[in-house]
Design a protein. Structure first.
Length: 450
């Protein structure tokens, strides 16, 4: 009995020591078992208290009266599966007749308190089936990406969501995106993660950094083209528009519209072309869009109109040609001039780090998810890297990218420099770098976000 007591005390002490400094270890060692038992034991009473039960069927009531038995209790949604994860629990529920997925979503905060979890979110898997994801600790406080992620062409894992899932930047699903963030909000770290994820892929990365290239030039070995001033940016965008026209001509000649060709094999974009004929996809990363839209003289105004027109054309027509836009900035508002709201309308993906004004938050989410505007302007300054991500479907969630230092991003770009495609249209804008050197060993990545 004494040995058992000592072992129990040691286990409790270990749990207490792990819970705060290493919440992920605590969760995997102790928390997941306790949470699963808590959910299973409290499930019926919690669902009843949250109003997520339905009365028993009439035939059950009639059968109970005929057999002189107690009246059946209200029925909660049936648990189809309870799956533990590295960050929490996933419940898959089968709704009862008369229930709706919105009922579960509306009660998520009450479920969080009742089950003593850190966060609860829900989504409808299909008609009548809802998946409830519960997190056991604050996964965004100390971001740790899973060791293995789902990788496929043009799909980059860039951050961790508040429900513990990985947030991907999928260019084939969401071709163009807008990323906003004030100074020291973590926007640069998000960009580094994006470039680091694209580096090993067969893709051309094009950068526009009007701060004389100080943000993107360190990564230049992996860039097929880089513009460091508005004048160069205007010429580079014109070259991309010309490339887009050439790609469309190639697709037109390879469409293979004949009677004996199945519909699925008719080419309508670069991904329908044979691999040997498929042009290299291009990701255009604009570091500060406001610098392209500001002007002080008539000549600069003409250059500005030329740049914005090219960006709008690429946003409207570039997807099928394999040209994807990643527009970033500290400020994005209608005062940047004509064409800005037209450009925004084509940017399906929206990500907002901490913002200094409500106008930029409205430009990011006002037209797709108004309730995300308040969340974007309430991000505290000390949580650098925390962001709100949404898309045109109206859904949004909090994300945070793992901290990637500039040295780590440079090492990755140097390692994959041989994968940088040499595109003839962009050859005049290829950044000039010195002789490639071996990557400098860097310290182990800190999981906290800067």
């Amino acid at each position: 009995m004494t040995a058992f007591t000592v072992a129990l005390v040691l286990v409790v002490a270990a749990a207490g020591l792990l819970r705060w400094p290493r919440p992920a270890w605590y969760w995997l060692a102790f928390g997941v078992t306790l949470a699963a038992l808590r959910v299973l034991v409290r499930y019926r009473s919690v669902m009843d208290a949250c109003g997520l039960t339905v009365p028993p069927a009439r035939w059950r009531l009639a059968l109970a009266r005929a057999a002189n038995r107690p009246i059946p209790e209200p029925r909660p949604p049936r648990i189809r599966r309870l799956r533990p994860t590295r960050t929490g629990l996933v419940l898959r529920l089968k709704l009862r007749p008369g229930q709706d997925a919105f009922d579960i979503a509306a009660a998520s905060d009450r479920l969080r308190h009742s089950f003593s979890m850190f966060g609860v979110t829900s989504r409808e898997v299909r008609s009548g089936v809802v998946e409830v994801r519960m997190t056991g600790y604050d996964v965004l406080k100390r971001v740790q990406m899973p060791a293995e992620t789902e990788t496929r062409p043009m799909r980059v894992p860039v951050a961790l969501r508040e429900d513990g899932a990985v947030h991907y930047r999928d260019y084939r699903a969401i071709p163009h995106a807008l990323t906003l963030g004030a100074t020291e909000s973590g926007k640069s770290v998000y960009q580094r993660n994006l470039v680091a994820g694209l580096a090993p892929m067969d893709v051309a990365i094009v950068g526009i950094d009007c701060k004389q290239g100080v943000e993107l030039f360190p990564l230049a070995r992996r860039f097929s083209a880089l513009a460091d001033s508005p004048d160069t940016a205007a010429e580079l965008l014109d070259a991309l528009v010309a490339r887009m026209a050439d790609v469309y001509r190639l697709i037109r000649t390879q469409q293979r519209i004949t009677v004996d060709v199945p519909d699925a094999e008719i080419a309508a974009d670069i991904w329908d072309l044979p691999a040997e004929l498929r042009p290299t996809p291009v990701v255009v990363l604009v570091d500060e869009v406001a610098e392209l839209a500001l002007y002080a003289t008539k000549e600069e105004e003409r250059r500005r109109d030329r740049i914005i027109t090219a960006l709008v054309r690429l946003a409207q027509l570039g997807r099928a040609a394999g040209i994807y836009l990643e527009i970033c900035g500290q400020r994005f508002g209608s005062e940047l001039g004509k064409g800005i709201t037209m450009l925004r309308a084509q940017l399906t993906g929206r990500t907002a780090h901490r913002l200094n004004d409500e106008t930029s938050a409205n430009m990011a989410f006002g037209d797709i998810a108004p309730d995300a505007v308040l969340a974007a302007i309430q991000i505290p300054a000390e949580l650098r890297g925390l962001a709100i991500a949404g898309d045109a479907s109206g859904g949004w969630h909090r994300i945070r990218a793992p901290h990637t230092s500039l040295r780590q991003a440079v090492n990755l770009c140097n390692r994959y420099a041989d994968r940088t495609p040499d595109l003839p249209e962009l050859a005049p804008f290829r950044p000039t770098t010195g002789t490639a050197t071996e990557p400098v060993p860097s310290a182990k990545a800190s999981p906290a976000t800067a």
